[in-house]
Write a new protein. Structure first.
Ligand code: 4NP
Length: 155
């Protein structure tokens, strides 16, 4: 399975979702390809936000090696599931879809944890450390839910 995590800047939410999933793929020895991207190009080439890099280490996950890139139409061909962090990201990805097959790949990530609720991962960019930690813990839970929903880990 090939999974792409997408947010706006690809420096806060999606690199952390990417980091958690890579971490668990290693931990549980799963066969999965994982990456992340942003719908915007503001931060292309940059490392994840320094607050996310620092706080992720408190949870045992390093995202230091990731670099921001922009989502492209080619990602519809490369990935099986494209997880959007919020509805705005989802809308922007769907605008780039070429056909129904592309559209079917796009999902809101938090629907893994809270099915059919269409909840959004809050953007911590203008927030404080507590906001970043809340996002990290939410993404940890959503990643576990995704793996359980696909019967890749036990409850
Ligand atoms: P992200 O957070 O989408 O979770 O990476 C943001 C990062 C940067 C900006 C907005 C959100 N920005 O406006 O530069």
């Amino acid at each position: 399975m090939r999974i792409l995590m997408v947010c706006l800047g690809n420096i806060c939410r999606s690199p952390m979702a990417d980091g958690w999933l890579r971490h668990k793929v290693k931990q549980y020895n799963l066969s999965m390809e994982v990456d992340s991207a942003g719908t915007a190009n503001y931060h292309v080439g940059e490392k994840p936000d320094h607050r996310m890099r620092r706080l992720s280490l408190e949870y045992g996950v390093s995202i230091d090696e990731l670099r921001a890139r922009q989502f492209t139409v080619a990602d519809f061909d490369k990935y099986d599931i494209i997880f959007a962090m919020d509805k705005s990201n989802e809308k922007n990805i769907l605008h780039l879809a070429r056909n129904e097959q592309d559209k079917e790949k796009v999902r809101l990530f938090l629907n893994e944890l809270y099915p059919n609720q269409d909840m959004e991962v809050p953007d911590p960019y203008y927030g404080n450390d507590l906001n970043f930690k809340e996002v990290i813990e939410l993404l940890d839970q959503a990643t576990n839910a995704f793996l359980k929903n696909n019967r890749l880990i036990q409850n």
